[in-house]
Design a protein around this ligand. Structure first.
Ligand code: HEM
Length: 463
């Protein structure tokens, strides 16, 4: 691996574990003038992520290899055998006995940090869920060997020490043919927990949505540039961009539905999804994950420990902000018992820090397209804006259909290997701990209600 700094994110970074030293600046953030959003690959990094850590961290990579060559069955599956449990117990003991490997070398390398977070977070979820839990126990102890490096790497990346969408999607791919540009077709998944092609296809669906979304980002940028002028010509141009944006969002919906082409709902529900569970997923959110010796190494026990969710996609979040739907949708509470903040607000903490900064910057944009539509009293402009809102509503309709067949219907049916701890009732939880049916419908309905009245309707009914 070359040590040449290829990207501004490779610039020296302060050690956040020990705080920023006096006179030292977080150059990775200051240098992030483009918010790590690439004009060709959007929120996906343009350079393929590292697919393996250097030899020094082989213990972690080989522990993951052992699972990938012979995947485990999730510990609370009714289908698990004593032999399965014994095998995972041997692996878990191997993890417990590992030394705490140094992470100092990561501090200067964003690609190393990302791969390390991915590897350690997969090990964490596999460690927790390959075990048959004692129903009376209120906590799972995370061994130092994975817990301490994960806390250190997470502090440097400013991400929670848990599997995120960035790990499973943004930093979990390689080009199929490295001589060709990265594209929706020229991309494969590197790491999974279940070893199934269904899990790969599930991640690929999101990757393809991120890559198709690059055009949406470009249309947003062009629209905001025109909004700066805000005259008749600008309004005509933005109307055209909004019509195109609606078409891109329809493509995102088609890509979302294509998840069915390679990810079987029953495999997803029974074999893939159980590995994603965070602390607050499932019916027993009181089970805590305690990082062994965290305090001794200067860390507090982490609070944000939800499982990975595409609700952490900065692309969909950006669409909400650009169309000013966020004020309504991001306030939807999930009625979760464990969190006070709305789910989508909370998910920002799970996004890469430069993307968070991008969303904050976008939200602070003084020229909001919705305001311009409202003040312009222009029929065509209003229709174009509404067509983009309608497309986003249709995306969310499609998403609810997918969630219905991949989670809700699966939970209602009773396959022999249904998880012993999964809920059958209406209060099903998402991996992010949401009570998913009311939450997803709430977000969808608020998106629909963001459409503006037609100008002619307003004229005929000025009240
Ligand atoms: C089999 C496919 C999928 C399933 C079963 C699924 C499931 C879920 C669930 C359960 C939630 C509730 C939040 C949580 O607790 O995690 C959620 C939220 C969300 N998902 Fe998905 N999802 C799928 C695919 C996708 C894809 C491919 C995307 C787009 C990248 C996506 C975007 C979102 C968004 C943006 C939210 C937040 C709610 C909203 O904004 O409407 N999902 N998903």
């Amino acid at each position: 691996m070359s040590n040449e700094p290829l990207h501004f994110l490779d610039l020296p970074r302060p050690n956040l574990e020990y705080g920023i030293l006096q006179g030292q600046t977080d150059t990775t953030t200051l240098a992030a003038h483009d918010f790590d959003v690439d004009p060709r690959t959007g929120f996906m990094p343009h350079q393929p992520p590292l697919t393996r850590l250097p030899d020094k961290w082989e213990l972690w990579e080989s522990a993951l290899d052992a699972v990938l060559t012979h995947p485990f069955i999730v510990g609370d599956s009714l289908a698990i055998t004593t032999a399965d449990l014994e095998r995972s117990e041997v692996w878990r003991q191997r993890i417990e006995k590992m030394p705490i490997l140094d992470t100092v070398d990561f501090i200067s390398s964003e690609p190393l940090l990302r791969r390390a977070h991915l590897v350690l977070a997969f090990l964490l979820h596999i460690y927790v869920h390959s075990h048959s839990k004692d129903p009376n126990s209120s906590s799972t102890i995370i061994p130092c060997a994975i817990g301490i490096p994960l806390l250190r790497v997470s502090a440097s990346l400013q991400l929670p020490p848990v599997l995120t969408y960035a790990d499973t999607v943004l930093y979990n791919w390689a080009p199929i043919d490295p001589s060709l540009p990265v594209s929706e077709q020229n991309i494969r998944v590197v790491t999974t927990a279940s070893g199934t092609p269904d899990e790969c296809h599930f991640y690929l669906t999101s990757s393809r949505i991120e890559l198709r979304g690059v055009e949406a980002l470009d249309l947003m940028r062009a629209s905001l540039d025109e909004a700066f002028i805000g005259d008749e010509i600008a309004i005509r141009r933005i109307s055209g961009y909004l019509d195109k944006l609606a078409m891109v969002i329809h493509d995102l919906t088609s890509t979302l539905h294509a998840v069915r082409q390679g990810c079987d709902p029953s495999v997803f529900y029974n074999v893939v999804r159980p590995w994603f569970r965070g602390v607050d997923s499932g019916p027993n959110p009181t089970n805590q994950w305690l990082f062994q010796d965290a305090e001794k190494f200067g860390f507090l026990q982490p609070i944000e420990m939800s499982g990975p969710s595409a609700g952490q996609s900065s692309l969909i979040y950006a669409l909400d902000i650009f169309l000013s739907v966020d004020e309504k949708t991001h306030a939807v509470m999930s009625h979760s018992e464990t969190h006070e903040k709305p789910f989508l607000e909370r998910m920002k903490a799970y996004m890469p820090r430069h993307h968070r900064a991008f969303l904050t910057h976008l939200a602070a944009e003084p020229r909001r397209i919705r305001d311009l539509v409202q003040t312009s009293h222009n029929e065509g402009f209003t229709q174009a804006y509404n067509s983009a809102i309608q497309a986003l509503k249709i995306f969310r309709d499609g998403h609810i259909q997918i969630v219905t067949s991949y989670i809700i219907s699966q939970a209602r049916s009773t396959p022999s290997n249904l998880l012993a701890t999964e809920t059958h009732g209406s209060n099903l939880k998402g991996t992010g701990g949401t009570e998913l049916v009311p939450f997803l419908k709430g977000v969808r309905d608020r998106t629909a209600r963001s459409a503006l009245d037609r100008v002619s309707d307003k004229d005929s009914n000025p009240a």
